[in-house]
Structure formats: C-alpha cells, structure tokens
Design a protein around this ligand. Structure first.
Ligand SMILES: [Zn+2]
Length: 612
C-alpha cells in the first residue's frame, strides 16, 4: 500500500529493487523522477475461470480521476477491444477504504469521483482465454501468460510514471517476468510503456535455461504442452541454435546495453506467433519441441524476433514509442522495422549454419520473383503497405476487401529491398561497407541522439533518416531515385542489376501444368479476386463467383490465344463467361549463379553469405 509520504522511500527502493533485476543499469537510466509510482497487484490465484484480478493504486488528481484500458499493444499494428474483457470494476479510497463512485465514459475509459481522496485503489477482473499469442493474455489451470496491453489500465496522463508490480501466483507455480529473476514477484519499471512491454509467465512446469555469449546472459523459458521427456535432445539443440543466432546477430549493429535477454517459448498445437519486446521475445510454436517442426519453427522465429531488439525496439520509427494506446500509431517505415528484420533474421539462419545457403537463395529468389508478377506490387508501395498495416495485421475484418489482390506485405517487400540495398552498398564500396553500416548509422544518429521523450533513449527515425543512413554507408551515392521508385513508388525492382554484384541472377520459369495466364485468383474453386487489366477482368470474373465447368488446374491448362467458355455460379445463377487467356507468366523463380562469374563477384557473394 502506498502513501504520498512514502514517495522518497519508494524512490530509494526503486533503485534498490532494480539493482536486483536483469538490466538494472539500463532501467535506472530511464527512470523519470520525481513522479508518483503506479502500484499494480496482479492476482492469478483463481485461474480456472480465465480471470486475473488487478488492483491499481495511484495518486489521483482531485476531484476526479480517469483510468483507461489500452486499445493497442506495441508490436501489433491493430486496434483491439481489450476493454471488452474488463469486468467487476470497483474504486476505493486507499486511505480508509471507503468506496468511491465511478462510471464508464467511453468504451475504454472509467471516471472515478474521488473528491478529497488522493490515493485511489482501482480494481477489476479481466478475462483471458484465447489466443495464446504475442498480443493477448491467457490464464487457465495450466499457466498464465500475460502481455500487458490486455491486462493493465493506466490513469490518464500517468504513462511516464514509474511502476511497481506485485504478482500473486497459485501455490506451487513458478513466475518469471522478462524483467525479473525467477520467482521475483516484486518488480519495478521506469514507466508504464516499459512495464506493459515486459510479459509474464506463471506455470507449475516450465523450464528456464540460460547461456552466455559476447558477455551477455540469454535466458530461455520453455513451456511445452507435449510430454517433457520427449524434448530433451531438442531442448539442447535449441539452446545451441539460439547461441549461434545470438552470436551472429550481435555482430550486425552494435553491442546492446542489455545484460540479459529473455526468450519465452510456448510449444502448443493451437498457437503460432512471435512478438518482440524491449528485453526479450515471446514465441509460440504450433508443434512440440520434440519434433523437427517444433525445433526449426522455434529457431526461425527466434532469428527474426531477436533482431528486433535493435530494429524496431530501439532503432524505431518516429511513431512507435511512446504510444497512443487509444488510437492508431501509423508509420510509413514498417518496411524497415519489419522488412529489414525479416532480411536479417532469414540471412542470419544461413550465416549461423542453421540453414544451407542454397535454401536461403531459393527462398529469396521465390520472394523476389513473386514481386515481379503479383499485381499488388504495381498497386501498393512499401511505404503505403506500412501505413495501412492497421487494415491487415490481425484486426478482425468484418468488411469484405480486395486485399488479396491489392496489398503487399511490408515483411517481404522490406526483405527484398534490404537484400538489394545490402548488395548495392557492398558493390559500391568494394566490400568495405554493407547494410550493417546503415543500421549502425541509425543506431548512432537516432537511438543515441539526445533523448526526445520519457520513453527510451534517443528519438524515432523517418524514412528520410533511412535514406541518409544508406547513402552514408554507400559512400555518399544518392539513393533519391531508388526511394522514389521502389520505396514510395511501385516500380518493379530490376533484381538482376543488384544480384549481379554477387555473380547471381534470378532464374524464372513457367510452373509445370500452366499453359496460360488469366488473372483469376482462386481459393479452391472460389474466385477471390481478379488482376486489374487481366483477361479475367475483361471476361467478367469477380470475387464471390464459383468455377463450375472446370477447376483451377484445368483453368491453368487452357491454351493461350483462344477464347474459351467458362461457366461460373454467382447469386445462385449459372453464367457463361468468354475467357481469352494469354501467354503464361514465369512465376517460379530461384537464384542462380551467372556462368563465368568473376573472382570479385564470387568474393562479394562469399562475404555477403558469411556476414563479413
Ligand atoms: Zn517482426
């Protein structure tokens, strides 16, 4: 229980308790003082009803205070109705315990009539069942896994305040917060944003291993719903794989200031996700760790999420932190924040020896090839894809859309852009510099710029900063045209111009069984869209129709250059459409060596694939 008079004592205990927490010196730098702490108590002792009880004590303005449930959680670019799961709210004066009147003033906000009472206790229960992922929270008889957004309300205006958290777990359960030691149940955080970005796991039966590399500690929490005895060999293999990945990725940007990074893994058939946090990651793999799919799924996700500790969590777009928890936080830069992370994650698997180079090049070629033929790449730019993330990152859509045709992914587009930029910087500088140097420029000039907000060191970046970073790494060459055409624009990327630096080229062919191109996109026999200006559009195909007279295989096998009658059903009526397919597209791409590649090209390729 907190009193105003105990504030100085609490400030001292904040420093003391942080000294016992992982990353204590990093956290200590961030605390903004003097501000009144928010004191949360999380009660998980009745997990069967999927309910957690939260008590929040805070120093309230007079005569009214407002508390608010977030509608947003860092890392997922969507608006959620977390407040729908709040129940049984109640308000009390902490001194004396008198009940205080309150009412809900909008879907996410409650107003408390605290009058003369300065120290208010606000309490509620929150329901968390499914899904187990990087956004929501789950509590049941097997465990509690908490992301902060759907659990913790914040008093209006108090996001910069330090936070105290006490956790009450069921008897016999272990508890770990990403910023706490094993079974540390009294924790301190410099501000609300950092507090809710540090997940908690509580369960009777998880394991917590650790390893060291580059002078840092890496903790690995594993909660496997398959029988524990089945995963012993793969648990050892996962730790070895993570150590290789950490060593590889630690060399890209700069040594991080963290002393401890924490992986939370869940192996659960119903759950698949990965989410970056400031001090760790949460990864959900839909297979047991004892299986090949479980082990490789965990390594693949870890390669991506681990790189986020630099890219997006610290080198961050301007809009991403501190956040507006009530609205959208749009940014044009997810092609860097997610796309470059996708690039470094994928190539780090190869550089660590966890994936053969041939597999890496085949997958990269497939991605590049798809961007040359999928119509969405001529309809949406990398920046636009980032700005419209709110439409497609996990928000349940009740509105029918044409997104399957019109939308590109900032993950894949960003990875394609990162790959060609990396090769281009290496060629221009004869191997002296790489995309790593552009990331280092951002690290030094934005993350280590003067602190602009209470949230973290430095400031957020803009796409103009990214352009400067690349130009600086490439020895001053201008990338204005590149950004105009391929980042803000929708020009097709001439991949071979860049791959040739490494003595490579894109090799594309027409898939077997495909004789022609119509531009119909199908899910089974259902039409889900048509490509703009395609034969299908001219013939009158559209989403909502079902192919009747032939299936997708027969459609692809139609000869080019001659009209055919295709029957579809729409609104319950049969329609005969006249389709004139054209010559097929070479959509099946991989990356191949150029015959007669020079020694310089081969040397650049070797350095690129080795991460030198
Ligand atoms: Zn990501």
């Amino acid at each position: 229980m907190l009193r105003t008079s105990t504030l100085l004592v609490l400030a001292a205990s904040l420093a003391a308790a942080q000294a016992g927490q992982p990353n204590a010196s990093y956290l200590k730098e961030l605390a903004v003082k003097p501000l009144e702490p928010l004191h949360y108590t999380l009660d998980l002792t009745h997990p069967n009803g999927h309910l957690a009880a939260v008590r929040l004590e805070f120093r309230a303005p007079q005569p009214q205070a407002r508390v608010q449930m977030p509608a947003f959680y860092p890392g997922r670019y969507s608006i959620f109705n977390f407040a729908v799961n709040v129940q049984q709210p109640a308000a009390f004066c902490a001194e004396g315990g008198a009940a205080l009147p309150f009412h809900r003033i909008d879907p996410n906000t409650w107003e408390i009539e605290n009058g003369d009472c300065r120290q208010v206790r606000w309490q509620y229960r929150v329901f968390g069942e499914r899904p187990l992922d990087g956004t929501f929270f789950q509590v049941d008889a097997t465990h509690a896994n908490l992301n902060g957004g759907p659990v913790y309300m914040v008093p209006e205006g108090d996001k910069p305040n330090p936070v105290v958290l006490d956790i009450q777990a069921p008897r016999g359960w272990k508890v770990v917060n990403e910023l706490g030691q094993l079974n540390q149940t009294h924790l301190l955080f410099p501000n609300y944003d950092i507090f809710i970005d540090a997940p908690t796991e509580a369960a009777p039966d998880f394991t917590l291993d650790q390893f060291q590399t580059d002078g840092k500690t890496y903790r690995v929490l594993i909660h496997d719903y398959a029988t524990a005895s089945s995963n012993a060999a793969n648990r050892t293999a996962l730790l070895a794989g993570l150590k290789k990945l950490a060593t590889t990725e630690n060399a890209v940007v700069a040594p991080d200031e963290l002393d401890t990074y924490t992986f939370f893994f869940h192996f659960d058939p119903g759950s698949s996700d990965g989410m970056e946090h400031l001090f760790g990651t949460q990864i959900m793999v839909p297979a047991g760790l004892g299986t090949d799919a479980g082990l490789t799924g965990a390594e693949d996700d870890a390669a991506h999420e681990f790189f986020h500790q630099w890219n997006v969590k610290r080198i961050r777009p301007l809009a991403l932190g501190p956040w507006d928890y009530e609205g959208e936080n749009p940014t044009p830069s997810l092609w860097v924040a997610e796309g470059f992370t996708q690039y470094y994650g994928d190539i780090s698997l190869e550089r660590s020896g966890l994936e053969p180079a041939a597999d890496y090049l085949r997958n990269l070629g497939r991605s590049m090839g798809s961007s040359l033929t999928a119509p969405a790449y001529r309809l949406m730019s990398a920046e636009e894809s980032s700005l419209t993330a709110w439409f497609h990152d996990a928000t349940p859509l009740r509105q029918q859309t044409n997104e399957g045709i019109t939308t590109i992914s900032y993950y894949t587009r960003g990875e394609q852009l990162a790959a060609v930029l990396d090769l281009d910087i290496r060629r221009r500088t004869h191997g002296a510099k790489s995309l790593n140097d552009a990331m280092r420029w951002l690290w030094t000039n934005t993350y280590h710029a003067p602190r602009a907000t209470y949230y973290l060191p430095g400031r957020g970046y803009t796409d103009a900063d990214v352009e400067h970073a690349i130009e600086a790494a490439a020895g001053g060459a201008s990338y204005a045209d590149f950004f105009r055409d391929y980042v803000a624009g929708t020009q097709l990327l001439p991949y071979d111009d860049y791959l040739s630096a490494a003595g490579l080229k894109l090799a594309c062919s027409v898939p077997e069984g495909v004789n022609s191109y119509s531009g119909v996109y199908l899910a089974g026999n259902q039409v889900r869209g048509v490509a703009p200006a395609s034969p299908a559009e001219a013939a009158g195909f559209g989403s909502g129709q079902r192919l009747e007279s032939l299936d997708s295989k027969a459609l692809a096998a139609l000869p080019p250059g001659q009209p055919d009658t295709v029957a579809v059903v729409a609104h319950g009526q049969r329609l005969n459409l006249t389709l004139s397919p054209v010559a097929p597209q070479a959509t099946q791409c991989t990356i191949e060596e150029i015959p007669g590649a020079t020694a310089e090209q081969k040397a650049l390729r070797a350095a690129w694939l080795a991460g030198r």
